[in-house]
Ligand binder design. Structure first.
Ligand SMILES: [Zn+2]
Length: 427
């Protein structure tokens, strides 16, 4: 009897293994390829086992395939946000200035528990994915590795969220990004920041981060009067590379951006006031600009009104120079009626103001982000062999790029996350 049961279950498991995986066939009315800025009509996209297996007008739909009808929509690769802080949320109370923002940041990071930070991450990850962001690079400010917990929970299928590249603790010169720390409580900035001032400390900081789950290294070059030097940055980049990781560098100043580019980082973050010669240096080094290009409203919320004009001007010059640009937002504030996703996707309006073309904007949000994250052979395109990270809109963003703010279909790794038409909801 016992033997028989074993035989039956063995046969059943063989049968399960022999069953073909469920195939999904997407009917795409218009299919946008951001890398070429072209649109193909009436395409079929086949998805199996989370990946795209075929794309074309004459692709045969296998019998039994599940059909996703997007024949009245425009379909494109899911978006990348290369600068998020999912495990951080700040009530800014409408722009009370930068010192107030820093006080709010200190309160949010020093008082809030890591458990709550992880739960914030879950909510923000879900909302980013719903807005069309299927991949994010989360650049620290996650307490004591709440981001590693979030990344693992998403990878294990516990909670919905984008594919996450996470930075763990931010490596900085003494004091982190805080100013006026009380000498008796200099440790308040930890664990949010990982102080590293000597080459030995830098190597150890990188290794510690990798040991606790970081998949990208985030450094702050220039938030204190004492900056990291080019040699410091080279030390950090070399140690990160030894562990297979790239480096993202916070550079608020022009001097910081130059140091980071000379030091060989993968991306300069912010570069709010980078001069044109610095942008030219970045281009020559292949350094990505992740501009965190605040909308007028976001700049106001952060108490940084003047920054909006700066980033629009800097974006204009960056595109004129030809610096590689990846879309990144840096939203940490909360706003009634908005989600982290809706607030982040709005940053395309800064690109529009800077005169960046829809094709270039879509590239910054897809292929460029994929390249910066080292995922250009896996994500950021709708092609055979790529993960099925797919979004759709009613209007073709190449005709009106504002359409990306109204994504109403999201698939990640072949799973439908959002389909407003199927659920009977108005887009
Ligand atoms: Zn940031």
């Amino acid at each position: 009897m016992k033997m028989r049961r074993i035989v039956v279950s063995f046969v059943l498991s063989l049968a399960a293994a022999a069953l073909p995986a469920q195939v999904t066939a997407i009917r795409a009315g218009q299919l946008v390829d951001p890398s070429t800025g072209t649109t193909a009509r009436d395409q079929i996209v086949l998805v199996e086992g989370g990946k795209i297996t075929a794309v074309g007008a004459a692709v045969a739909i296998p019998p039994g395939a599940r059909i996703v009808d997007l024949s009245k929509k425009t379909v494109m690769p899911g978006f990348f946000d290369a600068h998020t802080h999912l495990c951080l949320g700040i009530r800014t109370q409408g722009g009370n200035g930068l010192p107030e923002l820093l006080r709010s940041l200190l309160a949010a990071t020093a008082i809030e528990t890591d458990a709550y930070r992880a739960i914030q991450g879950v909510a923000n990850a879900r909302d980013m994915l719903r807005a069309g962001f299927t991949t994010v690079r989360d650049v620290g400010n996650a307490g004591n590795y709440a981001d590693t917990a979030l990344r693992r929970a998403i990878e294990n299928g516990l909670v919905p969220g984008p594919t996450v590249v996470s930075a763990g603790r931010i490596i900085t010169p003494y004091g982190g990004q805080y100013h006026g720390l009380p000498p008796t409580r200099a440790d308040i900035a930890q664990p949010e920041y990982l102080y590293a001032d000597t080459p030995d400390e830098m190597r150890k900081a990188v290794r510690e981060n990798i040991a606790f789950g970081a998949t990208v290294i985030k450094i702050v070059v220039d938030d204190q009067p004492y900056l990291y030097s080019v040699d410091d940055v080279k030390t950090l980049v070399k140690e990160a590379a030894a562990g297979g990781l790239k480096v993202a560098a916070h550079c608020a100043t022009d001097a910081g951006a130059r140091i980071a580019a000379e030091g060989g980082v993968a991306s300069v973050e912010h570069a709010y006031r980078a001069t044109t010669p610095t942008l030219e240096l970045m281009k020559s080094k292949g350094t990505y600009l992740v501009g965190t290009d605040f909308t007028r409203q976001a700049a106001h919320e952060m108490g940084m009104d003047e920054y909006h004009g700066w980033v629009v001007d800097r974006l204009k010059r960056a595109y004129a120079v030809g610096v590689p640009v990846a879309f990144g937002t840096d939203v940490v504030f909360e706003m009634p009626g908005e989600t982290r996703g809706t607030l982040s996707i709005e940053f395309v309006t800064s690109f529009v103001e800077a005169g960046v073309t829809p094709k270039q904007i879509l590239q910054a949000m897809t292929v460029n982000g994929a390249r910066l994250l080292g995922m250009e052979k896996e994500r950021g395109a709708i092609a055979p062999g790529y993960f099925a990270d797919i979004v759709a809109t009613d209007v073709n963003p190449l005709e009106n790029v504002d359409a990306v703010r109204h994504v109403n279909f999201v698939m990640k790794n072949g799973n439908v996350i959002r389909d407003d038409a199927a659920s009977g909801r108005e887009p």
